[in-house]
Design a binder for this molecule. Structure first.
Ligand SMILES: Nc1ncnc2c1ncn2[C@@H]1O[C@H](COP(=O)(O)OP(=O)(O)OP(=O)(O)O)[C@@H](O)[C@H]1O
Ligand SMILES: [Mg+2]
Length: 315
């Protein structure tokens, strides 16, 4: 049985009153999303801002209702068997929400109580140690930095030892050291049998951790495959150079541009030659030219390229 099953999930956010007055029918955030996550998988859900990732996770968490379709966790429908489904899930939300009046340990005890677990301090201590929070156990939530609050959210999601761990941007605003600690810990839980669903904008994290990946674009699944297969589907090489000039649109739309650094996909030597000749013709001077192997970010950019229409409204 699948750990998580999304069946034809669509979601339209209704228009606000002002939007309705202008004939706006609302926003189609998800469109017929279907896929299963098998038990024990480390699954990545990727997509640009506004693609629908958090909406899908809110529906999985039972916090938001789909307009149509069904979601189940280990066979429990998240709407008709909410409590059973919820108990299987540990969800780290994207937004930092917490009660400022409690300290870290109290926050975790309260969360344990919410799941009916009375004496949980051994596991709470292990969570605190694994997430680098041991010395903050008695600190008030208000006294924590942003990254530390996020660690508490992770601990909170795990207090009831859920079988399915859902992480919505867990490493946003988190320093390099904690990211490594966090991934070591989550990878251990995954090895011990937990299923993991992760959304992240750090594609190198997804590439390193996830065995399978779904990519969402404007509410639709545009890619769903093993990470290794997705990597094979990319142009195998990338031409990288520096320039101060602006690239023509035809090249820019396929490029990964970070300040002066430009990276363009290329299958083979012939394509590299073609690109360099196009750049010369467009009068773009290039320096420090080099080649490297393609990675997941290249696949992502390839899939997300295309017409940049505004978000579609419901039909
Ligand atoms: N409560 C809401 N009411 C109306 N529209 C919403 C609501 N929540 C999200 N949306 C819209 O639905 C779309 C999908 O948003 P969502 O938060 O699911 O994206 P996301 O993939 O999680 O993006 P990000 O990477 O920025 O977290 C966006 O266009 C967003 O503006
Ligand atoms: Mg989101």
């Amino acid at each position: 049985m699948a750990a998580v099953s999304f069946q034809s999930v669509s979601k339209t956010y209704p228009p606000s009153r002002a939007q309705r007055a202008h004939g706006n029918p609302g926003l189609r955030a998800l469109e017929d999303v279907s896929f299963d996550i098998e038990e024990g998988e480390f699954f990545g859900l990727l997509g640009p801002n506004g693609a629908g990732k958090t909406t899908l996770i809110s529906i999985l968490a039972g916090l938001s209702r789909p307009t149509s379709g069904h979601v189940s966790v280990h066979g429990f429908d998240v709407q008709t068997h909410f409590a059973d489904a919820r108990r299987q899930l540990g969800i780290v939300p994207q937004e930092l929400v917490f009660d400022p009046f409690f300290n870290v340990r109290e926050t975790l005890r309260l969360q344990s109580g919410y799941f009916g677990i009375a004496r949980n301090d051994d596991w709470i201590d292990e969570l605190l140690a694994s997430l680098g929070l041991a010395d903050k156990a008695d600190a008030n939530m208000r006294q924590l930095s942003g990254g530390m609050k996020r660690r508490v959210l992770v601990a909170q999601a795990l207090v009831h030892k859920p079988q399915v761990i859902v992480l919505d941007e867990p490493t946003a605003g988190v320093d390099v050291e904690l990211r490594q600690t966090l991934w070591q810990f989550v990878a251990r839980l995954n090895r011990e049998g937990s299923t993991v669903l992760l959304t992240t904008h750090y594609l190198e994290e997804a590439e390193a951790l996830c065995n399978r990946i779904a990519m969402l674009k404007r509410g639709r699944v545009v890619a769903l495959d093993r990470t290794s297969e997705l990597l094979k589907s990319a142009a195998s090489n990338v031409l990288r150079f520096k320039t101060d000039a602006e690239l023509p649109w035809e090249l820019a739309r396929h490029a990964r541009i970070t300040g002066r650094i430009v990276q363009l996909p290329a299958q083979n030597a012939l394509e590299v030659e073609q690109l360099l000749s196009n750049l010369r013709q467009a009068g773009v001077p290039v320096e420090d030219v080099e080649m490297r192997k393609a990675d997941l970010e290249d696949v992502f950019i390839d899939l997300m390229a295309g017409e940049q229409t505004p978000l579609e409204v419901a039909r």
